[in-house]
Ligand binder design. Structure first.
Ligand code: VG1
Ligand code: CO
Length: 674
C-alpha cells in the first residue's frame, strides 16, 4: 500500500522561516514541495469580485459515489504530465483513474478542506475534463476549487495562482493540457499535476501516481450534479451527498498582470513600443497565453492591437500545431523575414510597403513556451537564456534582489549560459529535461537545515522554455517581457531610425562570450521499437559493452569522438537520482551530440538529436563587462556569424553515422529543425 502522505514539515520551525510541506516518500527522504512566494505584492482574496452572487448547483438526488474501476495501462507521467490521443482520454474511467491516483497520492487528510486549482489550455475535451475533476474533487473532500473562466488558465498562471492567491493557500493544481501537442478530437489531450510550491509534481510524486494507477480499484465522484457554470467569474457551490465545495471561477489574467508589473518596468516597454521605428508581432497560436498577452501587453503596456495575433484560445488551436518553433509557426517566421531553417529569406531585402517587424515572438498551447525572433534573426532558446542572464541586472525583478544568484539549464540545452554564469561568478546547474528539476533549486533555501540559496534563479531549456523563480513553471509571456525589457534598455535615448536590433544584441553577445552554435533535429513518431533500438545501440557504447570509435573521424570535417556517456542527475538539494536522461557523444574540442527519446509524445517514439559546438570570441577581445548598465555593443567576426546548420553539419553527420539513426529508422531527414 502506498505510504506517501503530505505532512507539515518542520521547515517553519526556524524563527521567521516560512512553513513548508514535505513529501516523505518511501526510502527517499523528504522532497520539499511547498515554497510560499512573497515576491509579488499581496492582494486580497477577491473571488467574489464584482459582488457576484453565490449560486448553489446542488441538485436533488445528487450523490457521492465510490465507483469500481480497473487499472489502465500506460498512465505513466512523462517529461511533463500524461499525454495521449484525445480519444484515449475520452475512454471510460481514463481521466477518473488518473485524477484519483493523484488524489490518493496526496492523501485524504491533505485533501480534506484543501484548495485545488483547475485550469487548462482550452483544447478539445478540456471543458468535460474540468467538470469531471470538479466532481471528483468534491467527492474527495476538497473544500475549494479555483477554476479559470471557461476552464482556461495558462500553465505559468496556474503556478502563480497556487503560490500567490490568498497567501499561497492552494494545495495543488490539475492542468488540463497536452501543452505544445496539437489539439482536437483526433489529436492530443493531457493532464499535468502541480504541487504546493506551484511547480510540476517532482519525480517521487509522479512515480507514486503511476504506481497508484496500477493498483487502483475505485474512484470517488459526485453523480447527478449539473455542470458548474464556468462561463463567467463568480462563486458557485457544488454539493452532493452531504459534501459541499466552493467553486470560485476566476479571471486569472488580473493576478498574472499584477505579477508581471512586479517583475518588469512596463512603462519602459511602453516607451519602446511607441517608437516609430519599432513594430512587433506576437503570436499566441490560439493557445492559453492569448488572454494574458492582451491583459499585460495590450491593456497595461498599450501595444497596438495588430501586434498581438491569434490571442483567442481555440479547441483545435485553429488547426495549427501550437509549438512555437521555426517549423510550426511558419507565418510568424515568414513575417520576420526568415525561412524555416532560421536564415534570412531570399526576398527579405526586397522593397516592401511596411518595414519588417523588429521583434517577433510566439507561445505554445498552454502558454509556457516562447520563441524569440528579431527582424531576419532567429534567437535559439539557448542563446535567449544566455542573453537574458547577461542583462538580468536590468530587470527590476532581479535588480531589486541584488542580481542573479544562480542559473540552470537542462542538459541538452546549449552551454551559452554557462559562460555568462562564469563571468558573473555564480553557479550554473545542469538538470535533466523537464521543468520539475528547477523547482528544487529555486526552493533550496526552504529545506530544513539548508544553508544555500540559489534564488533569484534564471533557468531555461532548449525546447523554447525560459523562466525564473517568479513562478515554478516556464513562462512564455515572462520571456517575451524580458526580451522587450532588454530591447527597451538598449534603445533608451537612441534616436528614432537607429533602433538597436535583436540581431545586434545577440551578435554582440557572441562577440563578448563566444558562440555556442546549437541545433536540435527531431525525428517524430518513429516506431517505439526503432527508438528503443537506437537507444540500446548507444547505451552499449556508453556502458562499455560496445566499442566507441574514437580513432577516426566519423564524417568529413568532423572532430574525433572522445567518449559516449549517459546523463545521470543527482539533485543537489535532496540527493535524489534521475537516470537514463540522454546519451552524450563528446567530441574533441568541446563539440557534442546528445540523443534522447521524447517523453511528451502520444504515439510511437520521437528521437531528438541535439548538436552543439563552441567558437570562442577573437583572442584579445575585452572580457565580459560587469553587470552594471547596458552592456556595450560589440561587432561579431564572420566566423561567429556563420549560418548554424552549416557550422554544425560535420558534427550532425558524425552523430548520424555513430547512431545509425537513418539505417535504424529509415528516415533520411528530421521532421523539425530548431
Ligand atoms: C519536451 C522538451 C522539454 C520540456 C517538455 C515539456 O520534452 O524537450 O524540454 O520540458 O517537452 O514542455 P520531451 O521529453 O518531449 O523532449 V511543454 O511546453 O509540455 O510543458
Ligand atoms: Co507547454
Amino acid at each position: 500500500m502506498l505510504s506517501l502522505v503530505l505532512c507539515l514539515a518542520a521547515a517553519g520551525a526556524a524563527a521567521g522561516a516560512p512553513r513548508g510541506w514535505s513529501v516523505p516518500v518511501r526510502g527517499t527522504g523528504h522532497a520539499f514541495v511547498r515554497a510560499p512566494a512573497r515576491f509579488a505584492p499581496r492582494r486580497p482574496l477577491s473571488a467574489l469580485r464584482g459582488g457576484a452572487s453565490v449560486v448553489a448547483v446542488a441538485a436533488n438526488g445528487a450523490s457521492v459515489e465510490t465507483v469500481a474501476t480497473l487499472p489502465i495501462d500506460g498512465q505513466r507521467p512523462g517529461t511533463s504530465g500524461v499525454r495521449k490521443r484525445t480519444a484515449v482520454f475520452m475512454e471510460p474511467n481514463y481521466v477518473e483513474n488518473l485524477v484519483q491516483a493523484f488524489f490518493d497520492t496526496l492523501g485524504a487528510d491533505a485533501l480534506a478542506g484543501s484548495t485545488l486549482v483547475v485550469g487548462g489550455d482550452g483544447r478539445f475535451f478540456c471543458a468535460e475534463a474540468a467538470q469531471t475533476v470538479l466532481r471528483m474533487a468534491l467527492a474527495n473532500g476538497v473544500g475549494r476549487c479555483w477554476v479559470g473562466v471557461g476552464g482556461l488558465i495558462a500553465t505559468p498562471a496556474v503556478s502563480a495562482l497556487i503560490r500567490e492567491r490568498d497567501g499561497g493557500s492552494a494545495l495543488c493544481g490539475v492542468v488540463l493540457t497536452a501543452s505544445h501537442n496539437p489539439g482536437g478530437a483526433d489529436k492530443d489531450f493531457g493532464l499535468k499535476f502541480n504541487v504546493a510550491n506551484g511547480g510540476p509534481a517532482p519525480e517521487p510524486v509522479t512515480d507514486a501516481v503511476y504506481e497508484r494507477t496500477r493498483t487502483l480499484r475505485e474512484y470517488r465522484i459526485a453523480v447527478g450534479t449539473p455542470d458548474v457554470d464556468l462561463s463567467a467569474p463568480g462563486a458557485r457551490v457544488l454539493s452532493a451527498g452531504g459534501y459541499s465545495m466552493a467553486v470560485e471561477v476566476l479571471d486569472t489574467t488580473a493576478d498574472y498582470a499584477q505579477l508581471a508589473q512586479a517583475c518588469f518596468d512596463l512603462p519602459a516597454i511602453g516607451a519602446l513600443v511607441k517608437r516609430a521605428d519599432f513594430r512587433m508581432v506576437i503570436d499566441a497560436m490560439h493557445g492559453a497565453a492569448g488572454p494574458y498577452l492582451l491583459a499585460v501587453l495590450g491593456a497595461l503596456v498599450g501595444c497596438p492591437e495588430d501586434s498581438l495575433v491569434n490571442c483567442t484560445p481555440l479547441p483545435d488551436f485553429g488547426g495549427v500545431h501550437p509549438d512555437p518553433n521555426l517549423t510550426y509557426a511558419p507565418e510568424l517566421v515568414r513575417a520576420l523575414g526568415l525561412t524555416r531553417d532560421g536564415t534570412p529569406a531570399d526576398d527579405a531585402d526586397a522593397p516592401r510597403e511596411r518595414p519588417l517587424p523588429a521583434f517577433g515572438a510566439a507561445c505554445d498551447g498552454d502558454g509556457d513556451r516562447n520563441m524569440i525572433l528579431g527582424e531576419r534573426f532567429f534567437v535559439t532558446p539557448s542563446d535567449s537564456l544566455a542573453v537574458i542572464a547577461a542583462h538580468a541586472h536590468l530587470l527590476p525583478q532581479f535588480e531589486r534582489q541584488g542580481g542573479l544568484r544562480a542559473v540552470a539549464r537542462s542538459m541538452p540545452t546549449g552551454g551559452a549560459v554557462d559562460r555568462v554564469a562564469a563571468a558573473l561568478g555564480i553557479p550554473c546547474f545542469e538538470t535533466p529535461s523537464g521543468w520539475k528539476f528547477f523547482g528544487n533549486l529555486m526552493d533550496a533555501h526552504l529545506r530544513v537545515g539548508s544553508s544555500v540559496r540559489y534564488s533569484p534563479l534564471l533557468c531555461g531549456e532548449e525546447s523554447f522554455g525560459t523562466g525564473s523563480d517568479h513562478v515554478r513553471e516556464k513562462d512564455g509571456v515572462w520571456a517575451i517581457l524580458a526580451w522587450l525589457s532588454i530591447l527597451a534598455a538598449h534603445n533608451r535615448g537612441v534616436a528614432e531610425g537607429s533602433l538597436v536590433t535583436v540581431a545586434q544584441i545577440v551578435s554582440s553577445h557572441w562577440a563578448t562570450y563566444g558562440r555556442n552554435f546549437y541545433t536540435r533535429h527531431d525525428y517524430e513518431e518513429v516506431s517505439a521499437e526503432q527508438g528503443a533500438a537506437l537507444v540500446s545501440r548507444l547505451q552499449a557504447m556508453a556502458s562499455g559493452a560496445a566499442p566507441v570509435p574514437t580513432d577516426r573521424p566519423l564524417a568529413p570535417g568532423a572532430p574525433l569522438l572522445e567518449s559516449v556517456d549517459e546523463f545521470e542527475y543527482t539533485d543537489p538539494t535532496d540527493g535524489s537520482v534521475s537516470r537514463n536522461q540522454g546519451i552524450r557523444c563528446l567530441f574533441h574540442g568541446g563539440a557534442r551530440a546528445v540523443f534522447r527519446l521524447s517523453g511528451t509524445g502520444s504515439v510511437g517514439a520521437t528521437v531528438r538529436l541535439y548538436v552543439e559546438k563552441f567558437v570562442p570570441p577573437p583572442s584579445g577581445a575585452p572580457p565580459p563587462p560587469p553587470p552594471v548598465g547596458t552592456p556595450p555593443l560589440r561587432e561579431a567576426s564572420a566566423e561567429l556569424l556563420e549560418p548554424t546548420q552549416r557550422a554544425l553539419a560535420p558534427v550532425v553527420q558524425a552523430a548520424l553515422a555513430l547512431s545509425q539513426l537513418r539505417e535504424i529508422t529509415g528516415r533520411q531527414a528530421p521532421d523539425v529543425v530548431t
